[in-house]
Design a protein around this ligand. Structure first.
Ligand code: B12
Length: 288
């Protein structure tokens, strides 16, 4: 079930990236906790018979008190599953542990003793603990549940599931931008057959903002982020050239410049952007 590298088409890449981040001081310890998978408990025989609305709010309360800073719920879609894998459970809960902005700004860095990479590791570790705790709580209520944590998240493609669940919009840098944390957010998933209620998608203007913003495009050292949307597998959307991104990522022993530099990630700027974009969407609702 887990995200072991040899099970994935991009497993080789993950091994290279993990090895190179080991050469960054401070990062092995930070990342170790993300790969510390607890045991999954057996599914209880007695099922919690509460209605789906009640179960969904109990899931949210549990997750928010177990290291998720936000969450969303979506119906599972085969589009969220890597080719060659199946996920049978009908619901996906996407958990969002938020970055510490100051520490995220240090990725990559030679001078900070790997501290910035440390926050990436710390948030992955929180996602691992949070998703396992939630999966085990759901199992204790008599339903099946599987966690998808860490950098790789197993068979689950997290960003489209996160967007469908209302956690945010796809940014120009190909990562999720959330209303609450900007791009400074990690993701982890839990799939389940517990009856739930989906949370609505959230459109707050990040997509429109990205179409004129150049910050991540200009900040990306290998110039991997396209200025305009591209046709990707039949859909027009933001595009990152990973033939440029990945070599830099590996050589720098991790990188998070695009998400750290994103104006939405800056805590002092985000509220102003939300207000500006709310006004713009209100004036041109047809475009939203
Ligand atoms: C492989 C991988 C990498 C590889 C390759 C990058 C890539 N995107 O393919 C490398 C190592 C280079 C990498 C780098 C980074 N990654 Co990465 N990566 C992944 C991983 C494991 C799989 C992504 C994947 O398969 N991509 C291949 C295909 C599917 O990519 P794609 O066609 O471009 O599609 C992407 C998006 O467009 C979107 N998407 C796909 N289909 C659709 C359909 C629709 C309709 C929409 C709207 C969107 C959408 O999701 C895809 C995932 O990025 C995910 C975890 C997961 N299981 O989802 C994390 C993940 C995407 N990475 C993440 C992050 C943060 C990063 C980095 C900033 C590094 C860092 N410091 O952590 C950089 C940013 C690079 C960039 N600009 O995207 C986070 C994103 C969090 C967020 N805020 O959105 C994730 C979700 C990990 C996590 N658990 O939090 N990553």
């Amino acid at each position: 079930m887990h995200a072991f590298a040899h099970q994935h088409p991009w497993g080789e890449l993950q091994i290279v990236a993990r090895k190179s981040s080991r050469s960054c001081p401070g990062s092995p310890e930070a990342f170790q906790a993300a790969y510390n998978y607890p045991e999954l408990v057996a599914v209880a025989e007695a099922r919690n018979a509460a209605p789906a609305e009640r179960l969904a709010s109990e899931v949210a309360a549990f997750a928010l008190s177990h290291e998720a800073d936000d969450l969303g719920i979506a119906s599972m879609d085969p589009l969220y599953v890597f080719e060659g894998y199946t996920i049978d459970e009908p619901w996906v809960i996407v958990l969002a542990p938020a970055h510490n902005y100051g520490r995220l700004k240090e990725v990559p860095s030679d001078e900070t003793n790997g501290v910035g990479v440390g926050d990436v590791g710390d948030q992955y570790a929180r996602g691992t603990r949070s998703s396992y705790a939630l999966a085990n709580w759901i199992r204790s209520q008599g339903f099946n549940a599987h966690p998808y944590p860490g950098p790789s998240a197993g068979a689950l493609v997290l960003i489209p599931a996160a967007i469908a669940s209302g956690l945010g919009e796809l940014g120009k840098h190909d990562s999720l931008i959330s209303r609450k944390f900007g791009s400074g957010v990690r993701l982890a998933g839990v799939t389940t057959d517990m009856p739930l209620v989906p949370t609505a998608p959230d459109h707050f203007g990040a997509d429109e903002f990205c179409s004129t913003c150049q910050v991540c495009t200009n900040a990306c050292p290998p110039g991997a982020i396209s200025e305009q949307k591209q046709l990707v597998r039949g859909v027009e959307r933001w595009y990152v050239n990973f033939d440029k991104c990945i070599p830099f990522f590996a050589e720098a022993a991790s990188c998070g410049i695009c998400i750290a530099e994103c104006p939405w990630t800056r805590p002092s700027v985000r509220p102003k952007l939300l207000a500006t974009m709310a006004g713009r969407l209100h004036r041109s609702p047809g475009k939203s």
